[in-house]
Design a binder for this molecule. Sequence first.
Ligand SMILES: CC(C)(COP(=O)(O)OP(=O)(O)OC[C@H]1O[C@@H](n2cnc3c(N)ncnc32)[C@H](O)[C@@H]1OP(=O)(O)O)[C@@H](O)C(=O)NCCC(=O)NCCS
Length: 173
Amino acid sequence: MGILNRFRVEEPQDLDAIYKVQVAAFERETEADLVNDLRGSEDCLCSVVAESNGEIVGHCLYTKVNVVSEKGSFSAAALGPVAVIPDLQGEKLGTMLIITATNMVIQKGYPILFVLGDKEYYHRFGYSDASLFGFSLPYVTPPGAFMVAALNPKNLKGKSGVVHYVKAFDVFK
Ligand SMILES: CC(C)(COP(=O)(O)OP(=O)(O)OC[C@H]1O[C@@H](n2cnc3c(N)ncnc32)[C@H](O)[C@@H]1OP(=O)(O)O)[C@@H](O)C(=O)NCCC(=O)NCCS
């Protein structure tokens, strides 16, 4: 029998399973603890799980970021952390999680999105080098690792600035 996967917003009973998924994927507690810190905050824009055979096997978040320049500031959304349990990696669960969460955050009114991660992976979702559009982080990152995506190129017109994640992400500085 084939198994269907479901991608949905996290529910209160998922919290332990989400913690375990994040630890399993990253082989440490940092990302799992970060997810717990962000949960319930108004800066957590959406938290999505992948369910397979009744088990939580993947999880990702979008959080609010503040983009600041001399022209002023605006809010956008940043993807991460994204996690799929090692046994099921490479089966497109990560792809479906990201597409689901991205649709949700766009529906919530965030047409400009950022991610810090592997460019080979995130290019397929429409992300490209944020520095080419005048966006940066307040700290140094590997070339091309900080990326931006927009619902429409017009959304980026006249926009640039330094992108500030919420304080909980300082654990990565
Ligand atoms: C990254 C991750 C969420 C992707 O989920 P997934 O379900 O394994 O990915 P998918 O099956 O949707 O996509 C598979 C594709 O992504 C590529 N890929 C997976 N992880 C990658 C990574 N870390 N870097 C680059 N490419 C990656 C695979 O090579 C594969 O490429 P292909 O489609 O050209 O064959 C998952 O592998 C994971 O949890 N990794 C550990 C935690 C992590 O690194 N998270 C991301 C931090 S930025």
